[in-house]
Unconditional design. Structure first.
Length: 117
């Protein structure tokens, strides 16, 4: 399936070592993260452990610490760092000329448990 990119925000709209939340109708939110090297990542805003809001966690390196139980989640994969186990869906990100884009198809489909269209 061809990627269709949707502009979300400017890189500068995301706090360094923080996140910005992308709201979706009838679906869990998406957290867009920025690390200290201005790398941008996007994950479902739910920790795989107990569903904590990853957007409220602390970003360090290429990981975010869940604010509920301090699980470390890899921003590049969405997976918990051992010994913890589990993954949250990750979203494709494109950055062009300081603007952050997410894939429309992933925004529509990722993070849904079987939901009728």
């Amino acid at each position: 399936m061809t990627q269709q990119w949707k502009p979300i925000c400017q890189v500068d709209d995301i706090p360094v070592l923080g996140a910005r939340v992308v709201k979706r109708v009838d679906q869990p939110d998406v957290a867009v993260f920025r690390n200290s090297e201005d790398k941008i990542f996007a994950l479902l805003d739910k920790c795989p452990h107990k569903g904590g809001p990853l957007s409220q966690g602390i970003v360090f390196g290429e990981r975010v610490a869940c604010p509920l139980h301090n699980w470390n989640i890899e921003l590049g994969s969405g997976c918990a760092v051992a010994p913890d186990d589990g993954c949250t869906p990750k979203f494709s990100v494109k950055v062009e000329k300081g603007k952050v884009y997410l894939d429309v198809n992933e925004l529509t489909a990722l993070g849904l448990e079987a939901k009728a269209a």
